[in-house]
Design a protein. Structure first.
Length: 590
């Protein structure tokens, strides 16, 4: 084996991959630099979703000529002067790698000024020697990144299309905007505003800007302090969930981070209250002594590690639980008065628990389709061909299910469970998951296609910036699954027709989750299964829906004649059997 030292320029391009892997990471680094410079407004302009051109402009403190020249040299930084500084990092960017890494894989320009005297222009072409010259520029900094990865074609080949890359940038900006509500952000491309957020007076106002005022009002305020941790923000009640963690933002000392221990703490807080794979929206700001958290774990500075991971997990879990649990007495840890940067607006009484909605009596199933979906299913098979050679899953070992001809539906318990009698036993059936299983079976049965039903009143759904971009990319595929939608504003879509099972049900929720399912990288048939399961879930009756005797009998009949009646599409149990002998034993009839 022959060992040799890489040329400096090649080594720099290799190292750049640790910091810059796609346009979203470029935007993240440049925006964080702007925030460190005290910017009150950050503007981003894109071309081709950032794959062709990225411009980031801020009104921060700017740099003088010498600092501007040093900023594109590796390991140059204004944030660290001693080893002790590394152990207590309080800024977002500090490694001195972002700008030189970006400059090494693009055509790079930096224009900056402190507001005193002439500004400075720095030009770097693909990692070559920097060219520095005076220029006119207002106070602040503008960075222009052209032709990213033009000199590293192997890495450029891994970039996705314009819309996926733009959606990734919008996702990054969504989280950063929640970490810095007092800063104004704007993101445009070819004159179109994809994000336009004026400076907000508080976190709830920023949430209203991003997710809408009604959803922001549904979140509960979090104010908690324990040990080394101070936590403030908002958390949703368990009744409001999303299909991914994209709606969960956690910032540690104003840095948006991803931390397994913190995510597990969130899961602990909602344990036994939300189904597996569901994630309530959460926005939390955590203050902790910088010496207790290591932000130097990864070059992107997004992964962090705490000196006491268990304490961090427990703190975030207790903070969220104290907000979402109804209790007449104060929480165990005394709430604190938030710092000015964490000012929380008190929510209205709408944030309190509400009893389940009681549905009016309806037909056991939606009316027969207005239009046949056989063509839709044929198109579905083209987009998402069924897996070949895969065995159908067997029924779980849960004991024999009741025989249809031996059953008698005897009533409903707590408007959520159907009581079914068979000779020698009582079955308790979860009406939602049983209905969900029956609907999914109908959707996947080619011999019994569903249909599309026009909505008497179209429903308008507001999406987050990244969700809106994703929906725009997949409108045709969403149509295949029965959603007739059209753009209705910058981030809104109007639904005019849906698959018939969804008529009069949770149309907006099903549409949003179908959009989220499209963001994955799973094979086509797996994505189809996920979307159809989502449609079935939102089409099914809910806990709290009172059903008539014919409705219950029709639901039980269709459930037991489905292919996999033992578990719902998400793996939860559907029914529970109590033998008469067990009842007798409980009542001392030996």
């Amino acid at each position: 084996m022959k060992i040799h030292v890489l040329e400096p320029q090649i080594a720099q391009q290799v190292a750049a991959g640790e910091v810059v892997d796609r346009p979203a990471s470029v935007v993240k680094e440049l925006v964080e630099n702007a925030l460190d410079a005290g910017a009150g407004r950050v503007e981003i302009e894109l071309a081709a979703g950032g794959t062709s051109r990225i411009l980031v402009r801020d009104d921060g403190s700017g740099m003088g000529p010498e600092d501007a020249k040093l900023s594109v040299q590796r390991h140059a930084t204004s944030k660290i002067r001693s080893v002790e500084d590394i152990e207590a990092v309080t800024t977002l960017g500090f490694r001195g790698e972002a700008l030189p890494s970006i400059a090494s894989v693009s055509s790079f320009q930096l224009l900056t000024s402190t507001g005193s005297g002439a500004g400075t222009k720095v030009v770097v072409e693909g990692g070559a020697e920097a060219e520095v010259s005076p220029t006119a520029h207002p106070k602040g900094t503008t960075v222009l990144v052209d032709r990213i990865f033009y000199n590293v074609p192997a890495r450029r080949a891994f970039l996705k299309g314009t819309r996926p890359e733009r959606a990734a940038i919008l996702d990054v900006m969504h989280h950063i905007a929640l970490a810095y509500p007092q800063v104004a952000f704007r993101l445009t491309e070819q004159g179109r505003d994809y994000l336009s957020l004026p400076a907000a007076g508080g976190l709830r106002e920023r949430l209203a800007q991003l997710i809408g005022a009604s959803k922001a009002r549904a979140l509960r305020p979090v104010e908690y302090e324990t040990g080394a941790f101070r936590i403030a923000g908002y958390a949703a009640l368990p009744s409001l969930t999303e299909s991914g963690r994209g709606a969960q933002t956690v910032a540690v000392n104003r840095r948006w981070v991803r931390s397994e221990s913190l995510f597990r703490g969130l899961d602990d807080a909602y344990r036994a209250t939300v189904p597996a794979g569901r994630y309530p929206p959460v926005v939390l700001h955590i203050e902790v002594d910088p010496r207790r958290v290591d932000v130097n774990v990864h070059p992107t500075k997004q992964l962090v590690r705490f000196s006491d991971e268990r304490a961090a997990r427990s703190a975030i879990s207790a903070a969220v639980r104290s907000a979402i649990e109804w209790t007449p007495s104060p929480p165990r840890a005394a709430p604190r008065s938030p710092e000015p940067s964490f000012t929380q607006d008190r929510l209205t009484d709408q944030s309190r628990w509400t009893p389940p909605r009681v549905a009016e009596s309806r037909d056991p199933y939606p009316a027969r389709p207005h239009r046949d979906l056989r063509e839709v299913r044929e198109r579905l098979s083209e987009i998402s061909p069924p897996a070949r050679g895969e065995a159908q899953p067997e029924l779980p070992e849960r004991g024999a299910l009741p025989k249809l001809e031996e059953l008698r539906v005897i009533g409903q318990l707590a408007a959520g469970y159907i009581l079914v009698e068979e000779p020698g036993a009582l079955w308790i059936v979860d009406q939602h998951v049983a209905h969900e299983r029956a609907i999914l079976d109908r959707l996947t049965a080619a011999e019994e296609p569903a249909g599309i039903q026009s909505l008497l009143t179209p429903e308008v759904v507001e999406l987050s910036p990244s969700e809106a971009e994703l929906a725009a990319e997949h409108l045709d595929e969403l149509g295949v699954y029965g959603f007739e939608v059209e753009p209705f504003g910058p981030r809104s879509y109007r639904i005019t027709g849906v698959i018939s099972t969804l008529a009069d049900r949770d149309v907006a929720g099903a549409f949003k989750e179908a959009v989220s399912a499209l963001s994955g990288t799973e094979p086509g048939h797996r994505r189809e299964e996920k979307i159809l399961a989502t449609i079935a879930c939102h089409s099914a009756v809910k806990l709290g829906d009172r059903l008539s005797q014919p409705e219950m009998e029709a639901l039980i009949r269709d459930w037991l004649t489905s292919r996999l009646p033992a578990t719902c599409p998400h793996g939860r149990s559907i029914c529970y059997r109590i033998g008469v002998s067990e009842v007798a034993r409980k009542l001392d009839r030996h």
